[in-house]
Structure formats: C-alpha cells, structure tokens
Ligand binder design. Structure first.
Ligand SMILES: [Zn+2]
Ligand SMILES: [Zn+2]
Length: 391
C-alpha cells in the first residue's frame, strides 16, 4: 500500500498546490470563511460525501464511512486567515486588502481536501469512519468550542490535527506527548484612585503610580511564586491612563496575557494577581478590579495517539525525519478544546525557515504537502485498522 499511497499523493499534488494557492489568494478572516467553506463543501460533494455546513459558524463536517461500522477518528483542519496586509510579492498573494493566510491554514485546508479524496477510496475496504472537520475561527479561539457545541465530535474516539512549523526541516514531522502548547488567558486590571491637578499630587490617589507598581510587582509572580519547572508567562501588554500633561487621572488600566501548560498553574497565577492588585491598591488608598478571562486550555496530547502518529510519520517520511520535540511552545491553539472531548494529538509539520507565522512575509511551503497528506492518511488508517474488531 505504501507505494500506492505515495503514487496517489503524487497524482493529487498539482491540484492540491493549486487549491492551496487559490485559498492563499482569497483569504477570509475568522468567522467570515464563507467562500472557503463553500469551496470545501463543493469539493467534498464531488467526492460523493455529504458534508454538513454551518457547524460552529462556517465549519464543515463530513463523514467518510467504511464498508462496516467501527471506530471513528476525526481529522481537523482550520480555514481562517489573519488581519495582516500581505507583503510577500507572490503571484498568488492575497487579493483581499488587509487579510492574509499568514498561519498556513490555506495549506492545512488544501491538504485535508486531498486526504478526503484518498480516504474516500481507502475506506471502502475498511471498517470505521473518518470524520473531517474543517474549522472556522481558530485565530480568534472560538471555532473549536462552537463546533463541539454543534456536535462535531459526537461519537468520535480520537481527534488528530497538524500545524505547519517553521523550526523543523520541510516535510519533517514533530511529535510530543503531554502538554505541548500553552493555554492562553487574558486579563484586564482597572486601578481606581482619584484624580487631581498634576501640580497638587497630595490631593490625589494617583492610579498611574499604583499601576506602575502593579506592573513591577506582577514580575515576581512567575519568578518567585511558580515552580521553575512549570513554564509560565505573565505579560502586561497594554498600559493606559490619563489625558493630559497636567491632570492626574481617576483611573488607569492594564491588560495582558497569561500562558501556562496546566490549568493548575494558571489558577495559581490568577490568585497571585488578584492578591497583588488588591494589596498594592490598599497600600495606595485606591481600589483595584481584576477581570480574568479563561481562554483556550493547553494542548495536551495523548501518549498512545502520539505513538500512532509517530508510526504514521515513520511510514510516511522515514525515521530520520520524525523528531521527538523536547520543548513545548507557549503559543496557543484552540484545537485544545477538541482534545478535551476525545484523546488525540496535534503534531507539527516542518515548513522550513521562511518568514515567521503571523508575519506579512509568511507563506506555507508547498514542498511540505506530501508529508502532511500522507501522515494524516496513515494516522487515520492505522487507527481504524487497530481499533476495528477482527472478524
Ligand atoms: Zn495562527
Ligand atoms: Zn494556525
């Protein structure tokens, strides 16, 4: 089957690249992926599948049923682009001003369409179901939970996704069991003092000074309160307050993000943040308010599914091109929500060292496409074969 599958991928490669570049040229922002979703649904229908549309927004779900009932594996690709003005100068650069596929989701979607075509053929001789999830709104962290709410993962035993990754050679596969990407929360802090003429500070409770103290004090949360072996980031990314040179304002605002690899660490950071804000405000005769928003949880990969993906990777690209990733990323991925519904894994597909993601110069490297298609196909086929009851 190995050579047969590689040959099939070779046949599909030109059209897949064409699809990828078409999507690149016509990117759509999160929750506006209507054209992309329409293209996906049309192509799935051409394969004889019956896609369900409008799942969690513009999401598309299609089941590829085998010849007999059996296990169900879901494969997910994200479809949305970013609010960036493209500066690649490529012939297929975005024609939508201020919108760009700068995270490689064009590649993910195009590869998944090739996977759909191959697995529609391969599943005829196998038991079980492969469910394809084309997800909207990954960048704004909303698509995955909404697809789940719409039942996209009902009856699924495992779910797998890949993401293009710069720090791996093109076409290499990177796998990691356990926490591999961070959970991401955001916070808003309001300091309420009372304002005065800037020449008479003794008549005020200056929220600017208190906010500055809070920024400094928050630096000790990770460095002094967290176990050094628990990775964590607390970044104050925005500070604002005041309107003029000579007015001490009533309020000041801080906002930022917290990244951790476990919910427990995030809980401790939130508690420390509340304590510090309250303490600094009491000391200054001000009041503080912390609004802490839970974002996407950490990406936690199931060890058994990671082994399956590794096996699929070795079969696809050879053992030398499969890497055990030793360091998690503090970036976030809303696929994490799907991993809470079913054990599964996100793995990384090497796209070499071009411009970084979320950058105006980024482009998905088409040379990675065959490895992406083959590892997704093989992961799905290995799973249904292993988990089908033997006659
Ligand atoms: Zn992204
Ligand atoms: Zn992405």
């Amino acid at each position: 089957m190995s050579d047969q599958l590689k040959e099939r991928i070779r046949q599909l490669l030109p059209r897949t690249i064409e699809t990828r570049r078409h999507l690149h040229m016509h990117p759509e922002l999160s929750d506006h992926e209507s054209e992309t979703a329409a293209l996906v649904a049309r192509r799935l229908r051409e394969l004889g599948l019956e896609p369900r549309t409008g799942i969690g927004g513009h999401g598309v779900v299609a089941d590829i049923a085998g010849r007999a009932p059996g296990p169900t594996i879901a494969l997910r690709a994200d479809m949305d682009a970013l609010p960036i003005q493209e500066e690649t100068g490529l012939p297929y650069a975005s024609v939508n001003p201020g919108v760009m596929h700068a995270c490689g989701h064009d590649g993910h979607t195009a590869m998944m369409l090739a996977v759909a075509e191959i697995l529609s053929e391969e599943m005829r001789t196998r038991a079980g179901t492969v469910r394809l999830l084309f997800q909207p709104a990954e960048e704004t962290v909303g698509g995955a939970p909404r697809m789940i709410a719409d039942g996209a993962l009902k009856g699924v035993q495992t779910v797998i996704a890949l993401h293009g990754w710069r720090h791996l050679p093109v076409g290499h596969i990177g796998v990691m069991a356990g926490p591999s990407m961070a959970g991401a929360d955001v916070f808003d802090i309001t300091v309420r003092g009372h304002g005065a003429h800037a020449a008479y500070p003794h008549q005020s409770s200056d929220p600017i000074v208190t906010a500055a103290r809070i920024v400094t004090a928050l630096q000790t949360v990770v460095s002094r309160e967290m176990d050094p072996l628990d990775p964590a980031v607390l970044t104050v990314a925005r500070i604002s307050g005041g309107t003029a040179y000579n007015i001490i304002p009533d309020t000041a605002h801080l906002a930022g993000t917290v990244r951790t690899l476990s919910r427990d660490v995030a809980d401790r950071i939130e508690a420390a943040m509340r304590r510090i804000v309250e303490g600094e405000c009491v000391a200054a005769g001000a009041t503080g308010e912390v609004v802490y928003h839970r974002g996407s949880p950490p990406v936690v990969n199931d060890p058994a599914i990671v082994e399956l993906v590794r096996e699929a990777g070795v079969l696809s690209v050879g053992p030398d091109a499969v890497t055990d990733l030793l360091r998690p990323s503090m970036g976030a991925e809303d696929f994490a929500y799907m991993l809470r519904e079913a054990p599964g894994a996100m793995y990384r597909l090497g796209i070499g060292d071009g411009a970084p993601g979320h950058n105006a110069g980024f482009d998905f490297d088409d040379r990675a496409i065959p490895a992406g298609i083959e590892t997704l196909c093989r992961s799905a086929l290995l799973f249904v074969e292993r988990h089908s009851a033997r006659p």
